[in-house]
Design a protein around this ligand. Structure first.
Ligand code: FAD
Length: 493
């Protein structure tokens, strides 16, 4: 749709109901320098960069509503933004005329019911802050991810973030009970009912879970939080190869059952990028595994969470003994205290950041049957070696293996069109050929929007466009994200 250009009159209007401290714009007299808006215009990877000239930071739902009413009337594009940790370019604008609505000042916990575990919070609350609050009340957030110190619950809901605890608590579709959403025309959908059961027709709030800001601005979230497990145990295993991983994951599931709370995989390339190649990585190995020499191989991190420490330790120790006696595990280590537990988690959670420090990263977050992970990685590595002329430096493999979610970080010296063309749509064709999904948890954003037909049928795309038109008839919400004007493959009919 044709969207309007932002003018100084728009900024004046925003200033009529928002304090100056909540309006940052570079196009009105006495305004902010454009460079001061760079942080809002640039994504976490430095890969997607917009040029919006106006960032608004509302404190209340009413303020969001007033902003949306104006943008709707004027047909101004709007980009909702949370912690800006998204990895597909969804949280930054594509041009210079969109208004960024950053939710960071909407950060109040509205209510918590300790007996039901229902938490109601502003969308701008940071995930880690919510988890700290809940821990003090004997509960825990049903999701956890490496970006927890910055990402916001509204952003988590809008991307349907998966992360490390999904194997235990399920996706946000299972845990979000209701949402408060400001619709594109400014009306407020007040759906914070907090009921576990409510079958009164269509479950509209699910449409906003994973909508990536294309249907409305989420301002409040009501979600179910599980009780805190008093006993958390973590084991790190070194395995000779991926075939062993497949065997061990099956055993772990069968033996740990209901206390299993995370199963994470990372290969030797991931170990090297976090801990350093050669001697540095080997030294960390000696420390973490508590052995003089640690054989090379791939890694599994296994976490259990339960209510009776002795029971869980007994189960996990018996499993580890069995595995260490067998052919599939070379060595292993069980965290002895909180410090060791944190250190082991850092090895896994630090991979994305370490890749970012090693170079510019093309990220592929895909769902593929775990039997195919090794094939996908080796096919990609072969292509990189044969055809990238050295531009691709590393292909790092890791992921939430308990959920079949493989992450591939392709690390290069620079972002380059030639590399992108080598990787895309090749990666998506490969994933489609394995019956997978081109986005397991990060969403489509701007990176994968045009490739949507690799994971959705033409009918699904048609229905999604109809939903978009019904919710956002003027097409102002997060333009250019999720739904492409023309998808790759669409022209073929
Ligand atoms: P943003 O990046 O600001 O926005 C993401 C999208 O949501 C955008 O399309 C934006 O328009 C929309 N949006 C944000 N807030 C709102 C709102 N209030 N209303 C409507 N739309 C909104 N993701 C996973 O799923 N699992 C992981 O394990 C994981 N690990 C990560 C580790 C690291 C180190 C990093 C940097 C990222 C990781 N991510 C992971 C990706 C990212 O953190 C998640 O997608 C997160 O949920 C984004 O939240 P955010 O607040 O930063 O949203």
């Amino acid at each position: 749709p044709q969207l309007a250009s932002l003018t100084p009159a728009d900024i004046e209007h925003f200033l009529s109901f928002l304090p100056a401290s909540q309006v940052q714009a570079s196009l009105a007299p006495g305004s902010t320098a454009q460079a001061d808006l760079d942080g809002y215009n640039t994504d976490w990877m430095g890969k997607y960069v917009g040029r919006s000239r106006c960032v608004l930071r509302p404190r209340t739902t009413d303020q969001v509503s007033s902003i949306m009413r104006h943008c709707y009337a004027r047909r101004l594009g709007v980009v909702p933004q949370g912690g800006n940790t998204g990895l597909v370019g969804g949280g930054v604008p594509t041009g210079s005329d969109e208004v960024i609505i950053n939710l960071g000042l909407m950060n109040q916990i509205r209510a918590f019911n300790a007996s039901s575990g229902v938490l109601t919070a502003d969308a701008g609350c940071v995930l880690q802050t919510l988890n700290t609050f809940l821990t003090s009340k004997g509960h825990v957030m049903p999701l956890d991810l490496g970006a927890k110190g910055s990402c916001q619950i509204g952003g988590n809901v809008s991307t349907n973030a998966g992360g490390l605890r999904m194997v235990r608590y399920g996706s946000l579709h299972a845990n979000v009970l209701g949402l408060e959403v400001v619709m594109p025309d400014g009306r407020v959908l007040r759906g914070l009912r907090g009921l576990r059961k409510d079958n009164t027709g269509y479950h509209l709030h699910h449409l906003f879970v994973g909508a990536e800001g294309t249907l409305g601005v989420v301002t409040g979230v009501s979600l179910l939080t599980p009780p805190l497990s008093p006993a958390v145990n973590l084991a790190l295993l070194r395995l000779p190869d991926y075939a062993a991983v497949l065997s061990v994951v099956g055993t772990v599931r069968a033996k740990l059952g209901e206390i299993l709370s995370a199963v994470e995989y990372f290969d030797e390339t991931a170990w090297a990028v976090v801990n350093g190649d050669g001697a540095a990585g080997a030294e960390v190995e000696r420390q973490v595994f508590g052995a003089d020499t640690v054989p090379p191989g791939v890694n599994l991190l296994i976490e259990t969470s339960g209510s009776v420490r002795e029971h869980d330790e007994e189960k996990l120790t018996a499993l580890l003994e069995e595995l260490l006696d067998g052919p599939h595990v070379l060595t292993g280590s069980l965290a002895q205290d909180e410090t060791q537990l944190g250190r082991m988690w850092d090895l896994r959670e630090g991979i994305a950041e370490a890749c970012g420090k090693a170079g510019k990263v093309y990220k592929y977050d895909v769902s593929v049957p775990i039997q195919e992970w090794q094939n996908v990685l080796s096919t990609l590595r072969q292509r990189a070696a044969e055809r990238s002329e050295g531009l691709i430096e590393r292909v790092v493999g890791f992921g939430h293996i308990g959920d079949g979610n493989l992450h591939i970080n392709v690390v290069c010296g620079r972002y380059d069109k030639a590399i992108e063309q080598l990787l895309e749509p090749f990666m998506f064709e490969l994933v489609e050929s394995k019956g997978g999904s081109i986005s397991a948890e990060h969403g489509l954003g701007v990176q994968k929007a045009k490739y949507i037909l690799y994971s959705k049928s033409p009918l699904e795309l048609e229905l999604m466009r109809k939903v978009k038109a019904a919710f956002d008839p003027r097409g102002i919400m997060n333009p250019g994200k999720v739904l492409p004007a023309v998808a790759v493959g669409e022209e073929r009919g």
